[in-house]
Every structure is written in C-alpha cells, then in structure tokens.
Design a protein around this ligand. Structure first.
Ligand SMILES: *Cc1c(COP(=O)(O)O)cnc(C)c1O
Length: 296
C-alpha cells in the first residue's frame, strides 16, 4: 500500500535546521481514517476466523473509533453494535448519525453502567441479549490493534524522531514495536494524566526508545483553546493539510512549540504520523461555531 509522506516547509524549520515530515495515514481510507484502519484490520480478520458476524464496541458520543468501526464493519459485511456512554440525544450528533447511517446499532448506557462494561456479568448480559460477537474495547486497543499499528512504519521511515498523538496508547505501542533502536518515539497524550497510559504502553511493548510529552493536552480530552484553533486553521491554510482538534492538532502544535524551545538538536529529522480523526472536527464546528476542515 502506498502512503504519502509530505515534507513541511516553514521558516522555523529552516532556522533550526530541522526537517519535518508528515505521514498521511489519514488518507488511507476516506472514512476508516488513519490509525483506526490499522487498529481494526486484525480485529476484523479475527472476527472472520471466529466466524462471528457481529462486531461490538464501546465509545463516547464523539468517538473516532465508533465512526471508523461502523464504516469498516459495513464495508466488510459485518453487523456492528456500538455501546455508547451516556444518554440518547435527539437529534443525534454528527458522529453518531454517521455511525447509524452506516448500519451501526446504537445502545446507550449510563456512565455508571459504562464503568462496568468489561465485567463478566455485563458481557454475559450483552451476549444473552445480542448473540455472539467479536468485542473490541473502547478506543479499539487490544493485541490485534497493536499488531496492526506495528505496520504504520515501514523501511522508508528513517527519521530520528517519530511523533504520534495518543489516546489509549495502542497506536504508539505498535509504532514503538516497529521502530528501530536509534529512533526516538514521542507520544503526545490528548488526555490529562499519563501514569496508566505509561503502564499500558509497557504492557504492549518492551522497548525503551519512547517518551511521553504531556504538556500539550490543552486542559484534557476534546478541550480546545483559541490558540489551538488558530494554529490548526493557519496550518491548514499554509500547508493545505487538515488537522483534527482532539489529537493531531495538539501533537503538531506541540512539535512546533518543542522546535521553538530547542528540544530537537540541529540536524534532526522528525516524522509526524497523521492519525486522522477529521470526522470529529464536524462535531467541534457544530458545538463551538468553528470552521475546521472535516470529512463528513
Ligand atoms: C483514536 C485516535 C488516536 C489515539 O489512538 P490510540 O491508539 O488510542 O492511542 C490518535 N489520533 C487520532 C486522530 C485518533 O482518532
């Protein structure tokens, strides 16, 4: 599969003698965009192996994973069920109406129930109600996902630094596993609090050549600021590359900020992974009256 990598040009990069590339895995599939394509790949193959015809997964109302799973499941002929945290709202938001239009059956559960979602009782109840299914956890991270995300890097990706946004850690884990020891993998968490995240990553990967950069969550998951939105719009106009406001926009903001503060030695090359997520911008636009680029 051919995946485009683009070099970014910017005066700050020239000044600091740094080369910055962006790997456009967001372009792999219009809807099953970015890292979610890799995270779903072996999950769908596993469902086929297990001969189950239903994919069941979990997520919040704006989840990229929910949107991607709905589309990918339909594309491959599976039924999909999304267990959604929180109340049924009318009208459905952009993410959920997309999922529903692509055949996902939406089941809403309370936040309290949602916390119990991986207990045996809860799963057994679901099976009794809904029949047999292949279960994918919230955010899509499991061993099949990490196998998939280890295919994001290939032999051409020889930069000194690899940067990726982080939610659950499945994507960075696969990237770490396929990086070479002389590369450093930098993860930019979109959530506050990174201790569980570090533990999680260590459970998927034994390598040490990675580090979390925890200063660019902008107050937490899906929190935004005017400065961030300005950065994303500016990047879009100057580079013609759309970034999402939850993950890739924060990562790219962080990369530029780190360059400015001399984090990277002169002569470094950086590869940023564009993990996608652009469907989420539509919901952001609706909620905050913005004009971010999106793909819905
Ligand atoms: C889901 C998502 C991530 C986070 O991936 P994890 O494997 O959960 O860390 C990063 N970027 C985008 C655009 C995403 O949609």
């Amino acid at each position: 599969m051919y995946i485009k990598t683009q070099e970014i040009s910017h005066p700050l990069l020239e000044e600091n003698e740094i080369r910055l590339f962006i790997k456009r895995i967001d372009l792999i599939d219009y809807f099953v965009s970015g890292n979610k394509y890799y995270k779903l790949k072996y999950n769908l193959l596993e469902a086929e192996k297990q001969k189950v015809s239903t994919i069941l997964t979990f997520g919040g109302a704006f989840s990229n994973h929910i949107a991607a799973t709905a589309f990918a499941a339909k594309q491959k002929g599976y039924k999909s069920i999304g267990i959604i945290r929180g109340e049924d709202t009318i009208p459905l938001n952009d993410t959920l109406s997309f999922a529903k239009e692509h055949g996902m059956e939406l089941n809403y559960i309370s936040r309290e129930e949602y916390r119990q979602k991986y207990t045996d009782t809860f799963i057994t109840n679901l099976q009794q109600k809904l029949g047999n299914f292949h279960i994918i956890p919230e955010g899509g991270t499991n061993k099949f996902a990490v196998k998939g995300t280890s295919e994001i890097l290939d032999e051409n990706d020889t930069q000194n630094y690899i940067c990726t946004a982080i939610g659950t850690g499945g994507t960075i884990s696969g990237i770490i596993n396929s990086s070479s020891d002389n590369q450093k993998v930098l993860g930019f968490p979109a959530l506050k609090g990174s201790e569980d995240l570090e533990k999680g990553i260590r459970s998927w990967s034994n390598k040490q050549n990675w580090k979390l950069i925890t200063d660019y969550h902008f107050g937490g998951y899906a929190k935004i600021s005017e400065e961030l939105i300005q950065f994303i719009m500016d990047f879009y106009h100057k580079q013609n590359i759309p970034l999402d406001a939850v993950y890739t926009g924060k990562m790219m903001f962080g990369i530029f900020d780190l360059i400015q503060s001399d984090f990277f030695p002169k002569g470094s090359s950086i590869l940023a992974i564009h993990t996608g997520g652009l469907q989420g911008n539509k919901g952001m636009n609706t909620r905050f009256n913005l004009n971010l680029p999106h793909n819905l």
